[in-house]
Design a protein around this ligand. Sequence first.
Ligand code: PLP
Length: 386
Amino acid sequence: MKFADRLKIEPSATVTINSIALQKKQQGIRVYNLAAGECIIDSPEIVKEAALKAIREDKIKYPPVAGLAELRQAASSWLNELYSTSYSPKETIVTAGGKYGIYSSCEAMINEGDEAIIIAPFWVSYSEIVKLFGGIPKIIQTKEENHWKVNLDELKNNITDKTKILIINNASNPTGTLYSKKEIEDVLKLAQEKGITIISDEVYSGLVYEGEFISFGSFKEYKDNVIVIQSTSKNFAMTGWRIGFLFANEEIIKNITLLQSQTTSGAPTPGQWTALAAIQNYKEVMPNINKEMKKRRDLFYDTFNKLFNTNITKAESALYAFIGLPHLTSLSADSATFCKQLLEEANVASVPGIAFGVEGYVRFSFGEKEDELQQALQQLYKYIHS
Ligand code: PLP
Protein backbone atom coordinates (compact mmCIF):
# COMPACT_ATOMS: atom_id res chain seq x y z
CA MET A 1 0.00 0.00 0.00
CA LYS A 2 1.24 3.50 -0.78
CA PHE A 3 0.92 5.67 2.31
CA ALA A 4 1.25 9.44 2.48
CA ASP A 5 4.73 10.95 2.63
CA ARG A 6 3.92 12.56 5.96
CA LEU A 7 4.18 9.14 7.59
CA LYS A 8 7.95 9.38 7.26
CA ILE A 9 8.28 10.22 10.92
CA GLU A 10 9.86 8.35 13.83
CA PRO A 11 7.66 6.36 16.22
CA SER A 12 7.60 7.74 19.78
CA ALA A 13 10.62 6.18 21.51
CA THR A 14 9.00 6.19 24.92
CA VAL A 15 5.86 4.50 23.63
CA THR A 16 8.03 1.92 21.79
CA ILE A 17 10.04 1.04 24.92
CA ASN A 18 6.88 0.79 26.97
CA SER A 19 5.32 -1.55 24.37
CA ILE A 20 8.37 -3.88 24.42
CA ALA A 21 8.32 -3.86 28.21
CA LEU A 22 4.59 -4.65 28.16
CA GLN A 23 5.12 -7.51 25.69
CA LYS A 24 7.78 -8.98 27.98
CA LYS A 25 5.42 -8.70 30.94
CA GLN A 26 2.68 -10.48 28.97
CA GLN A 27 5.14 -13.33 28.42
CA GLY A 28 5.50 -13.58 32.20
CA ILE A 29 8.92 -11.91 32.32
CA ARG A 30 9.64 -9.65 35.29
CA VAL A 31 10.38 -6.19 33.84
CA TYR A 32 11.93 -3.44 35.97
CA ASN A 33 10.30 -0.22 34.90
CA LEU A 34 12.49 2.87 34.79
CA ALA A 35 10.78 4.14 31.64
CA ALA A 36 7.34 5.16 32.94
CA GLY A 37 6.25 8.57 31.69
CA GLU A 38 3.73 8.87 34.47
CA CYS A 39 3.20 8.82 38.23
CA ILE A 40 2.39 5.24 39.17
CA ILE A 41 0.02 6.18 41.97
CA ASP A 42 -3.63 5.45 42.77
CA SER A 43 -6.09 8.17 41.84
CA PRO A 44 -7.55 10.01 44.84
CA GLU A 45 -10.99 8.74 45.94
CA ILE A 46 -12.60 12.10 44.99
CA VAL A 47 -11.47 11.57 41.41
CA LYS A 48 -12.55 7.92 41.26
CA GLU A 49 -15.96 8.85 42.70
CA ALA A 50 -16.42 11.61 40.12
CA ALA A 51 -15.63 9.15 37.34
CA LEU A 52 -18.18 6.64 38.63
CA LYS A 53 -20.79 9.36 39.14
CA ALA A 54 -20.33 10.60 35.55
CA ILE A 55 -20.89 7.10 34.24
CA ARG A 56 -23.84 6.39 36.56
CA GLU A 57 -25.48 9.64 35.47
CA ASP A 58 -24.91 8.68 31.85
CA LYS A 59 -22.68 11.68 31.17
CA ILE A 60 -21.22 9.90 28.20
CA LYS A 61 -22.63 11.76 25.21
CA TYR A 62 -20.68 14.11 22.89
CA PRO A 63 -19.10 17.02 24.77
CA PRO A 64 -19.13 20.63 23.53
CA VAL A 65 -16.20 20.80 21.06
CA ALA A 66 -14.15 23.23 23.18
CA GLY A 67 -14.97 21.39 26.40
CA LEU A 68 -17.57 21.49 29.19
CA ALA A 69 -18.28 25.08 30.25
CA GLU A 70 -17.72 24.07 33.89
CA LEU A 71 -14.30 22.62 33.07
CA ARG A 72 -13.15 25.59 30.98
CA GLN A 73 -14.13 27.83 33.88
CA ALA A 74 -12.43 25.65 36.50
CA ALA A 75 -9.28 25.11 34.43
CA SER A 76 -8.76 28.82 33.78
CA SER A 77 -9.31 29.64 37.48
CA TRP A 78 -6.90 26.85 38.45
CA LEU A 79 -4.13 28.19 36.20
CA ASN A 80 -4.76 31.82 37.17
CA GLU A 81 -4.74 31.08 40.91
CA LEU A 82 -1.68 28.86 40.83
CA TYR A 83 0.52 30.62 38.30
CA SER A 84 -0.67 34.26 38.19
CA THR A 85 -2.00 34.03 34.65
CA SER A 86 -5.14 35.84 33.47
CA TYR A 87 -6.97 33.46 31.13
CA SER A 88 -10.76 33.59 30.78
CA PRO A 89 -12.84 30.46 30.02
CA LYS A 90 -13.02 31.71 26.41
CA GLU A 91 -9.23 31.63 26.31
CA THR A 92 -9.28 28.00 27.40
CA ILE A 93 -9.97 24.84 25.41
CA VAL A 94 -10.09 21.26 26.66
CA THR A 95 -8.01 18.90 24.49
CA ALA A 96 -7.56 15.14 24.34
CA GLY A 97 -4.35 15.28 26.41
CA GLY A 98 -1.58 17.84 26.31
CA LYS A 99 -0.20 16.05 23.28
CA TYR A 100 -3.24 16.93 21.20
CA GLY A 101 -2.85 20.54 22.36
CA ILE A 102 0.69 20.57 20.95
CA TYR A 103 -0.46 18.78 17.79
CA SER A 104 -3.33 21.17 17.13
CA SER A 105 -1.18 24.25 17.89
CA CYS A 106 1.30 23.08 15.26
CA GLU A 107 -1.53 22.28 12.87
CA ALA A 108 -2.93 25.78 13.36
CA MET A 109 0.40 27.58 13.00
CA ILE A 110 2.68 25.70 10.61
CA ASN A 111 2.68 26.00 6.84
CA GLU A 112 4.88 23.88 4.57
CA GLY A 113 8.51 25.02 4.97
CA ASP A 114 7.98 27.02 8.19
CA GLU A 115 10.66 26.53 10.82
CA ALA A 116 9.98 25.52 14.41
CA ILE A 117 12.73 26.02 16.97
CA ILE A 118 13.02 23.14 19.41
CA ILE A 119 15.47 22.99 22.28
CA ALA A 120 17.33 19.72 22.87
CA PRO A 121 17.01 17.64 24.91
CA PHE A 122 13.38 17.83 23.84
CA TRP A 123 10.27 15.80 24.49
CA VAL A 124 10.26 13.03 21.88
CA SER A 125 7.13 14.12 19.98
CA TYR A 126 7.85 17.78 19.18
CA SER A 127 9.97 17.35 16.06
CA GLU A 128 7.78 14.60 14.59
CA ILE A 129 4.60 16.64 15.12
CA VAL A 130 6.24 19.63 13.40
CA LYS A 131 7.22 17.39 10.46
CA LEU A 132 3.64 16.08 10.15
CA PHE A 133 2.58 19.57 9.00
CA GLY A 134 5.49 20.08 6.61
CA GLY A 135 7.41 22.17 9.16
CA ILE A 136 11.18 22.05 9.61
CA PRO A 137 12.41 21.38 13.14
CA LYS A 138 15.39 23.59 13.93
CA ILE A 139 17.08 21.97 16.88
CA ILE A 140 19.23 23.98 19.29
CA GLN A 141 21.48 21.83 21.47
CA THR A 142 22.02 22.72 25.12
CA LYS A 143 24.57 21.38 27.60
CA GLU A 144 24.41 19.82 31.03
CA GLU A 145 27.00 22.32 32.37
CA ASN A 146 24.58 25.14 31.38
CA HIS A 147 21.75 23.34 33.21
CA TRP A 148 20.35 22.37 29.80
CA LYS A 149 19.12 25.92 29.19
CA VAL A 150 19.07 27.69 25.87
CA ASN A 151 21.33 30.69 25.53
CA LEU A 152 19.64 33.86 24.22
CA ASP A 153 22.35 34.55 21.62
CA GLU A 154 22.06 31.05 20.26
CA LEU A 155 18.31 31.48 20.09
CA LYS A 156 18.78 34.75 18.16
CA ASN A 157 21.25 33.11 15.78
CA ASN A 158 18.78 30.38 14.92
CA ILE A 159 15.90 32.67 14.03
CA THR A 160 15.34 33.17 10.31
CA ASP A 161 12.61 34.71 8.14
CA LYS A 162 10.94 31.32 8.16
CA THR A 163 10.82 30.86 11.93
CA LYS A 164 7.18 30.55 12.95
CA ILE A 165 7.16 28.95 16.38
CA LEU A 166 9.37 28.15 19.33
CA ILE A 167 8.46 25.09 21.39
CA ILE A 168 9.76 25.25 24.93
CA ASN A 169 9.25 22.80 27.76
CA ASN A 170 9.22 24.30 31.23
CA ALA A 171 9.47 22.23 33.55
CA SER A 172 11.42 19.91 31.30
CA ASN A 173 11.15 16.28 30.34
CA PRO A 174 13.82 14.77 30.38
CA THR A 175 16.08 17.13 32.39
CA GLY A 176 13.81 18.73 35.01
CA THR A 177 15.16 22.17 34.04
CA LEU A 178 13.17 25.22 35.14
CA TYR A 179 13.51 28.65 33.53
CA SER A 180 13.78 31.74 35.78
CA LYS A 181 11.57 34.85 35.47
CA LYS A 182 14.37 36.84 33.79
CA GLU A 183 15.19 34.03 31.35
CA ILE A 184 11.51 33.71 30.41
CA GLU A 185 11.12 37.47 29.96
CA ASP A 186 14.17 37.57 27.67
CA VAL A 187 12.80 34.77 25.49
CA LEU A 188 9.32 36.34 25.38
CA LYS A 189 10.74 39.73 24.39
CA LEU A 190 12.84 38.24 21.61
CA ALA A 191 9.93 36.16 20.30
CA GLN A 192 7.64 39.17 20.22
CA GLU A 193 10.23 41.29 18.40
CA LYS A 194 10.61 38.58 15.78
CA GLY A 195 6.90 37.71 15.50
CA ILE A 196 7.36 34.15 16.71
CA THR A 197 4.66 32.31 18.63
CA ILE A 198 5.82 30.40 21.72
CA ILE A 199 4.24 27.05 22.49
CA SER A 200 5.04 26.61 26.17
CA ASP A 201 4.59 23.01 27.28
CA GLU A 202 3.97 23.23 31.02
CA VAL A 203 2.49 19.79 31.71
CA TYR A 204 4.92 19.13 34.62
CA SER A 205 4.26 22.46 36.38
CA GLY A 206 2.91 20.74 39.52
CA LEU A 207 5.86 18.38 39.83
CA VAL A 208 8.39 20.98 40.94
CA TYR A 209 10.49 20.04 43.99
CA GLU A 210 12.97 22.91 44.22
CA GLY A 211 12.89 26.40 42.80
CA GLU A 212 9.84 28.16 41.46
CA PHE A 213 7.73 27.32 38.45
CA ILE A 214 6.91 30.37 36.34
CA SER A 215 4.43 30.13 33.50
CA PHE A 216 5.24 31.71 30.13
CA GLY A 217 1.57 32.74 30.13
CA SER A 218 1.93 34.92 33.25
CA PHE A 219 3.47 37.97 31.52
CA LYS A 220 0.49 40.08 30.41
CA GLU A 221 2.41 42.16 27.85
CA TYR A 222 3.44 39.01 25.95
CA LYS A 223 0.27 36.98 26.46
CA ASP A 224 -0.91 37.20 22.85
CA ASN A 225 2.28 35.55 21.65
CA VAL A 226 2.03 32.50 23.86
CA ILE A 227 0.13 29.21 23.80
CA VAL A 228 0.26 27.39 27.14
CA ILE A 229 -0.13 23.61 27.06
CA GLN A 230 -1.41 21.96 30.22
CA SER A 231 -2.66 18.54 31.18
CA THR A 232 -4.14 16.48 33.97
CA SER A 233 -1.82 13.60 33.01
CA LYS A 234 1.17 14.37 35.21
CA ASN A 235 -0.08 17.05 37.63
CA PHE A 236 -3.11 14.95 38.63
CA ALA A 237 -1.72 11.48 37.74
CA MET A 238 -4.56 11.03 35.22
CA THR A 239 -2.74 9.92 32.05
CA GLY A 240 -5.37 7.47 30.82
CA TRP A 241 -8.25 9.93 30.94
CA ARG A 242 -6.61 11.97 28.14
CA ILE A 243 -7.60 15.41 29.35
CA GLY A 244 -5.40 18.41 28.64
CA PHE A 245 -5.86 22.15 28.19
CA LEU A 246 -4.66 24.83 25.86
CA PHE A 247 -4.65 28.46 26.99
CA ALA A 248 -4.24 31.26 24.44
CA ASN A 249 -5.99 34.34 23.07
CA GLU A 250 -9.55 33.96 21.79
CA GLU A 251 -8.52 34.02 18.13
CA ILE A 252 -6.20 31.04 18.62
CA ILE A 253 -8.81 29.20 20.69
CA LYS A 254 -11.43 29.74 17.97
CA ASN A 255 -9.13 28.27 15.33
CA ILE A 256 -8.12 25.31 17.47
CA THR A 257 -11.81 24.71 18.21
CA LEU A 258 -12.42 24.67 14.45
CA LEU A 259 -9.70 22.05 13.99
CA GLN A 260 -11.00 20.06 16.93
CA SER A 261 -14.52 20.13 15.44
CA GLN A 262 -13.21 18.32 12.36
CA THR A 263 -10.94 15.89 14.24
CA THR A 264 -11.61 14.65 17.77
CA SER A 265 -14.98 16.48 18.30
CA GLY A 266 -13.58 17.29 21.74
CA ALA A 267 -12.01 15.43 24.64
CA PRO A 268 -13.85 12.39 26.12
CA THR A 269 -16.89 13.44 28.17
CA PRO A 270 -16.44 11.11 31.21
CA GLY A 271 -12.80 12.21 31.39
CA GLN A 272 -13.86 15.85 31.45
CA TRP A 273 -16.17 15.32 34.43
CA THR A 274 -13.40 13.41 36.18
CA ALA A 275 -10.88 16.17 35.43
CA LEU A 276 -13.36 18.73 36.78
CA ALA A 277 -13.40 17.00 40.18
CA ALA A 278 -9.60 16.77 40.21
CA ILE A 279 -9.16 20.45 39.35
CA GLN A 280 -11.83 21.66 41.77
CA ASN A 281 -9.90 19.83 44.49
CA TYR A 282 -6.42 20.77 43.26
CA LYS A 283 -5.34 22.20 46.62
CA GLU A 284 -5.63 18.73 48.09
CA VAL A 285 -4.76 16.52 45.11
CA MET A 286 -1.68 18.25 43.68
CA PRO A 287 0.41 18.57 46.88
CA ASN A 288 -0.15 14.89 47.67
CA ILE A 289 1.14 13.81 44.27
CA ASN A 290 4.04 16.26 44.47
CA LYS A 291 5.01 15.02 47.95
CA GLU A 292 4.97 11.39 46.86
CA MET A 293 7.00 12.07 43.71
CA LYS A 294 9.58 14.10 45.65
CA LYS A 295 9.99 11.12 47.99
CA ARG A 296 10.53 8.84 44.99
CA ARG A 297 12.93 11.28 43.36
CA ASP A 298 15.02 11.45 46.55
CA LEU A 299 15.01 7.69 46.87
CA PHE A 300 16.05 7.24 43.25
CA TYR A 301 18.99 9.65 43.38
CA ASP A 302 20.14 8.67 46.89
CA THR A 303 20.13 4.98 45.95
CA PHE A 304 21.75 5.58 42.56
CA ASN A 305 24.50 7.82 43.94
CA LYS A 306 25.24 5.31 46.69
CA LEU A 307 25.31 2.27 44.41
CA PHE A 308 27.32 3.89 41.62
CA ASN A 309 29.46 6.06 43.88
CA THR A 310 28.37 9.22 42.05
CA ASN A 311 27.23 12.65 43.14
CA ILE A 312 24.60 13.45 40.54
CA THR A 313 22.40 16.47 41.31
CA LYS A 314 18.70 15.77 41.69
CA ALA A 315 16.32 17.00 38.99
CA GLU A 316 14.43 20.09 40.20
CA SER A 317 11.19 18.97 38.59
CA ALA A 318 9.28 16.42 36.49
CA LEU A 319 9.75 12.65 36.79
CA TYR A 320 13.16 11.87 35.34
CA ALA A 321 16.87 11.52 35.92
CA PHE A 322 18.86 12.27 32.75
CA ILE A 323 22.15 10.53 33.42
CA GLY A 324 25.34 10.56 31.36
CA LEU A 325 26.45 7.17 30.00
CA PRO A 326 29.94 7.48 31.54
CA HIS A 327 28.26 7.17 34.96
CA LEU A 328 26.82 3.84 33.84
CA THR A 329 29.36 2.11 31.65
CA SER A 330 32.98 2.40 30.59
CA LEU A 331 32.10 0.78 27.26
CA SER A 332 31.63 3.15 24.35
CA ALA A 333 28.05 2.12 23.56
CA ASP A 334 25.60 4.63 22.12
CA SER A 335 22.49 5.32 24.18
CA ALA A 336 20.10 3.33 21.95
CA THR A 337 22.33 0.23 22.07
CA PHE A 338 22.80 0.58 25.80
CA CYS A 339 19.06 0.83 26.52
CA LYS A 340 18.20 -1.98 24.11
CA GLN A 341 20.73 -4.32 25.74
CA LEU A 342 19.65 -3.26 29.20
CA LEU A 343 16.07 -4.20 28.38
CA GLU A 344 16.92 -7.40 26.50
CA GLU A 345 19.54 -8.74 28.90
CA ALA A 346 18.51 -7.39 32.29
CA ASN A 347 14.82 -6.55 31.73
CA VAL A 348 15.30 -2.96 32.86
CA ALA A 349 13.35 -0.43 30.78
CA SER A 350 14.86 3.04 30.22
CA VAL A 351 14.86 5.54 27.33
CA PRO A 352 17.97 6.47 25.28
CA GLY A 353 19.10 10.10 25.26
CA ILE A 354 19.14 10.10 21.47
CA ALA A 355 15.32 9.90 21.50
CA PHE A 356 15.45 13.37 23.12
CA GLY A 357 17.99 14.61 20.57
CA VAL A 358 21.06 14.22 22.81
CA GLU A 359 23.51 11.33 22.56
CA GLY A 360 25.44 9.98 25.55
CA TYR A 361 22.61 10.06 28.10
CA VAL A 362 19.89 7.77 29.40
CA ARG A 363 16.56 8.81 30.87
CA PHE A 364 15.40 6.95 33.95
CA SER A 365 11.97 7.65 35.38
CA PHE A 366 11.28 7.79 39.11
CA GLY A 367 7.50 7.70 38.60
CA GLU A 368 7.28 4.09 39.82
CA LYS A 369 6.57 2.95 43.39
CA GLU A 370 9.52 3.01 45.83
CA ASP A 371 9.88 -0.75 46.05
CA GLU A 372 10.00 -1.02 42.25
CA LEU A 373 12.60 1.75 42.06
CA GLN A 374 14.81 0.00 44.64
CA GLN A 375 14.63 -3.32 42.83
CA ALA A 376 15.15 -1.76 39.40
CA LEU A 377 18.24 0.11 40.55
CA GLN A 378 19.69 -3.04 42.13
CA GLN A 379 19.06 -4.88 38.87
CA LEU A 380 20.71 -2.05 36.87
CA TYR A 381 23.74 -2.14 39.17
CA LYS A 382 24.00 -5.93 38.97
CA TYR A 383 23.81 -5.82 35.14
CA ILE A 384 26.42 -3.12 34.81
CA HIS A 385 28.84 -4.83 37.18
CA SER A 386 28.35 -8.32 35.80
N1 PLP B 1 4.61 17.16 27.06
C1 PLP B 1 5.57 16.47 27.69
C2 PLP B 1 6.85 17.15 27.96
C3 PLP B 1 5.37 15.14 28.06
O1 PLP B 1 6.32 14.47 28.69
C4 PLP B 1 4.13 14.53 27.74
C5 PLP B 1 3.89 13.11 28.05
O2 PLP B 1 4.77 12.36 28.34
C6 PLP B 1 3.15 15.31 27.12
C7 PLP B 1 3.42 16.62 26.78
C8 PLP B 1 1.80 14.75 26.73
O3 PLP B 1 1.04 14.48 27.85
P1 PLP B 1 -0.49 14.10 27.74
O4 PLP B 1 -0.87 14.03 26.31
O5 PLP B 1 -0.64 12.79 28.43
O6 PLP B 1 -1.20 15.21 28.44
